[in-house]
Design a protein around this ligand. Structure first.
Ligand SMILES: [Zn+2]
Length: 291
């Protein structure tokens, strides 16, 4: 029955050509290095999620926000066929940082995890632990001095916790916050998570230089963090606060906004600016906002 099989052959050939074209296109796209590193502070409400993509497309997610909206955010910065996140850093196990990572680990193949691994007894955190185990994901315990290459051109340096906190029980999980300094060429990005002034003092007291072009402000702009002495040492050109509109904590606190204005050239906040994107070519840094 040649008159019936011919269209079928034609469709098969067309299908194969289309798949081949898409394959070549995606391969070319993924092989080509860009010249910039981009860092996006997502607007995920009263929560934290930062996505980093290096010039050679190594992808890092620092915290995942509180819920599944992280999936829509990742979909907006990653190509549709990309189902891998190379590295996840969890700053601490509070629900507004780990909640969305549970959704991420269900949809994406996560290469490795860095977190404090301190004990924490909530349902979200138990689910996160279970999913890491089921997916055979290595969970490295963060500690001061740890350095990790992210792709060939950039690196992450861990500034806290100051000792290994694996299996340690804490009253305040912020005391084991994973603080990360990302370097690309001469550009530095300091991601504070919910670190409070005790960690800030610990960093300065150990003679660590926290100077950075960009600061992801600690603890949603709360007055527990961003001490004057620390902001003076960081001296960030750009500060970004992640906070939800009309959140019940009153974050960011006005005194911290005033302080940031004094120590920083530009201050962004996700509740007003939406997603904030910072790009660096290794020398200078530029910003763009969603709103
Ligand atoms: Zn927290």
């Amino acid at each position: 029955m040649p008159n019936k099989s011919r269209p079928r052959i034609l469709w098969t050939v067309l299908g194969i050509s289309l798949i081949a074209a898409l394959g070549v296109w995606s391969l070319l796209f993924s092989l080509k290095d860009r010249s910039v590193l981009s860092l996006t502070v997502f607007d995920v409400g009263q929560a934290d999620a930062v996505f980093i993509e290096t010039p050679d497309r190594f992808q890092v997610l620092v915290d995942g926000g509180g819920d599944a909206q992280i999936l829509q955010k990742l979909g907006s910065v990653m190509p549709f066929w990309d189902r891998t996140v190379d590295l996840v850093i969890l700053t601490h196990p509070h629900a507004d940082h780990v909640g969305g990572l549970v959704d991420v680990i269900k949809r994406y193949r996560v290469g490795a995890v860095i977190e404090s691994n301190a004990n924490y007894g909530t349902a979200e955190y138990a689910e996160w632990q279970k999913l890491k185990k089921e997916n055979n994901i290595v969970s490295h315990s963060a500690v001061l001095g740890m350095r990790v290459g992210i792709g060939r051109y950039a690196r992450v340096q861990i500034l806290s916790p100051f000792g290994v906190m694996s299996a340690v029980s804490l009253k305040n999980p912020h005391d084991a916050n994973v603080t990360a300094l990302v370097s690309f060429g001469a550009s530095k990005f300091l991601l504070m998570g919910d670190a409070e002034d005790e960690i800030e003092r610990g960093i300065l007291g150990r003679g660590i230089n926290p100077r950075a072009n960009m600061l992801k402000v600690g603890h949603h702009g709360s007055r527990t963090s961003s001490s004057e002495i620390f902001l003076a040492a960081v001296s960030p050109g750009i500060s970004v606060v992640s906070a939800g509109r009309n959140n019940r904590y009153g974050h960011p606190h006005q005194e911290i906004l005033d302080r940031l204005a004094a120590f920083s050239k530009q201050v962004f906040r996700t509740d007003r600016d939406g997603d904030v994107v910072i790009s660096s070519d290794g020398r200078s840094v530029t910003t763009a906002t969603a709103k």
